[in-house]
Design a protein around this ligand. Structure first.
Ligand SMILES: [Zn+2]
Ligand SMILES: [Zn+2]
Length: 369
């Protein structure tokens, strides 16, 4: 099978690999659409930081060159021992994160903090390949929810957005701010609008804000990076925000998120910056404002809701994810533009079976990309 194999920083090669054998409890998935995100881009530009290329992953056992790809769905091609359901050809979406189910955090339902947590496409071979093996326990059959191949690839990032949304504890009717309309921010806007929140979307790029409006944002702020962010956000708020979601990882944006929420409001730090951020704790304390974290997603709590949301959008997601690239264009057309900050698309998909760029369109069940 054709696969993109990560060997080291700035070294990804398209190679022929053996089709993986699904182990006990696993599915073999034929991948027609997989997303890439900032994690993949940063591993490519200055990794390996997470990928177990030089040092073995204690949790997955993987060591050496690895296939990335942790946002994916596909069609069931085979089942390992003990798998029930998941008929041949069924379209599934995968949660990618593997938890043990037995440790003290797993038994409390906090599978994203499992002591033995690891991720398909980060610590073992992932989906930038024509086939991937993945535990059936973290797959959801999504053609039953009306999703096709391209839609299935969006469920994992949507699930991260659903989890982040919950972490802010918004109530229907609340006003919320989303700063940064990228791969997670765009899904957050949609998920928030769908739950009846009034969403204010902020970004540097007018094109992304136009998409945010399509996704349900009530108002947008085209941010001038030479001006203070908080007053720019306030100008779009006619009532104070209950929650601000900071999705860029930029320190000034997190400080602005904390500043614009109402007393008892919450700022959710979704974006991860590289450096520690200094914040005005005095102002948080006096206004009883909370700073909230969010980490990945909880398959059991977030994933089905994410699939439902992806399937609910009439007409699909071609504005957010307009194309699927062949493996050979992964670096030039996908990772490099993200690293250089000139990515034109909110979400870039890869189709390991494509020989040239294709327009996306496999949104509904039964449609073939
Ligand atoms: Zn990702
Ligand atoms: Zn566990």
């Amino acid at each position: 099978m054709r696969a993109a194999v990560y060997h080291g920083s700035r070294d990804i090669r398209v190679e022929d690999l053996e089709v993986p054998d699904p182990g006990p409890g696993e599915l073999l998935i034929e991948v027609h659409s997989a997303g890439i995100c900032g994690t993949d881009a940063s591993e490519w530009s200055h990794g390996p930081k997470m990928f177990p290329i030089a040092a073995r992953s204690e949790r997955s056992g993987h060591l050496g060159p690895m296939v990335p790809g942790h946002e994916f769905g596909g069609r069931v091609a085979a089942r390992g021992k003990g798998v029930e359901g998941f008929p041949d050809g069924a379209v599934i979406a995968s949660g990618a994160g593997i938890s043990c189910g037995a440790c003290s955090t797993c038994t409390r339902g906090l599978t994203n903090f499992c002591e033995r947590y690891f991720t398909v496409g980060l610590q073992r071979n992932g989906a930038l390949a024509q086939y991937v093996a993945v535990p059936a326990s973290i797959c959801l059959q999504v053609d039953q929810h009306g999703l096709g191949d391209d839609a299935a690839a969006l469920v994992q990032p949507m699930s991260v957005a659903v989890h982040a949304l919950r972490q802010g504890s918004p109530q229907p009717g609340d006003t919320v701010v989303v700063i940064g309309i990228g791969g997670v921010g765009a899904f957050l806007v949609y998920a928030a609008a769908e739950m009846g929140l009034r969403v204010i979307a902020a970004d540097l790029a007018a094109e992304r804000l136009a998409i945010a409006e399509e996704l349900g944002a009530a108002a947008t702020v085209e941010v001038d990076r030479n001006q203070d962010l908080a007053p720019q956000l306030r100008s779009a708020l006619d009532s104070p925000a209950a929650v601000a979601y900071e999705v860029t990882g930029v320190a000034a944006a997190l400080r602005a998120a904390l500043a614009v929420v109402e007393p008892r409001g919450r700022a959710v730090a979704v974006g991860l910056g590289a450096e520690p951020v200094s914040i005005d704790v005095r102002s948080l304390t006096l206004r009883e404002v909370s700073l909230v974290g969010t980490n990945a997603h909880v398959f059991g709590a977030d994933f089905a809701e994410a699939a439902r949301l992806v399937g609910r959008r009439p007409g699909g997601w071609s504005d957010v994810a307009p194309v699927a690239l062949p493996l050979g264009e992964l670096v030039q057309g996908g990772l490099r533009p993200m690293v250089d900050g000139r990515a034109e698309r909110i979400k870039t998909l890869i189709d390991p079976w494509a020989t040239e760029l294709r327009r996306t369109g496999g949104w509904a069940a039964g449609s073939t990309p």
